[in-house]
Design a protein around this ligand. Structure first.
Ligand code: HEM
Ligand code: HEM
Length: 106
C-alpha cells in the first residue's frame, strides 16, 4: 500500500469546491438516513414538526451540489483542453442549478 491519498487533492479541484464536496457528502449521510427512515420505515413524526418539505428540498440541493462537484472534479482530470472543460462544467452547473431552482421555487 502506498501512502497516497485515495481522494483528490484540493490543489487540483480548488479549496472551496474540495471542502464543499466533503461537506455535502457528510450532509448526505445524515439526510439520506432521514429520507430512508421516513420513506421506507415510516418515521412520520417529522410531519408534525413541519420540516418534512424543507428537509426534502435540502436533500435535493445536497444531491445535486455533490453530484455536480463530482462530475466537475472528474472533468478537470481529463486531458480535454481548458476551454472545453470550462464549457462543459458551466453547462452542467447552469443545467443543474436550473433543475433545482425550478423544482424548489416553481
Ligand atoms: C430507499 C429508497 C428510497 C425511497 C423508497 C424513496 C422514496 C421517495 C419518495 C416517496 C419521494 C417523494 C416524497 C414527497 O414528495 O413527499 C422521494 C423524494 C426524493 N428522494 Fe427518495 N427515496 C429513496 C432513496 C433515495 C436516494 C438514495 C436519494 C438520493 C441519492 C433520494 C433522493 C430524493 C430526493 C432529492 C427527493 C426530492 C425530489 C423532489 O424534490 O422532487 N431518494 N423519495
Ligand atoms: C452517503 C452519501 C455520499 C457520500 C458519503 C459520498 C462521498 C463522496 C466522496 C468522499 C467522494 C470523493 C471526492 C474526491 O475524490 O474528491 C465522492 C465523489 C463523487 N460522488 Fe459522492 N457521496 C455520497 C453520495 C453521492 C450521491 C447520492 C451522488 C449522486 C448524485 C454522488 C456522486 C458523486 C460523484 C459523481 C463523485 C465523483 C466520482 C469520481 O470521482 O469517480 N455521491 N463522493
Amino acid at each position: 500500500m502506498s501512502g497516497a491519498t485515495a481522494t483528490r487533492s484540493p490543489a487540483t479541484v480548488g479549496y472551496a469546491p474540495w471542502i464543499l464536496h466533503r461537506a455535502t457528502a457528510v450532509l448526505l449521510v445524515l439526510l439520506l438516513a432521514v429520507h430512508v427512515a421516513v420513506q421506507v420505515f415510516g418515521l412520520t413524526a417529522l410531519y408534525g414538526l413541519g420540516i418534512y418539505q424543507p428537509l426534502l428540498d435540502l436533500t435535493l440541493v445536497a444531491v445535486f451540489t455533490h453530484g455536480f462537484l463530482g462530475l466537475r472534479a472528474t472533468l478537470l482530470e481529463t486531458t480535454w483542453n481548458r476551454g472545453a472543460k470550462r464549457l462543459v462544467i458551466w453547462a452542467l452547473g447552469v443545467a443543474f442549478a436550473a433543475i433545482v431552482l425550478v423544482r424548489i421555487i416553481g
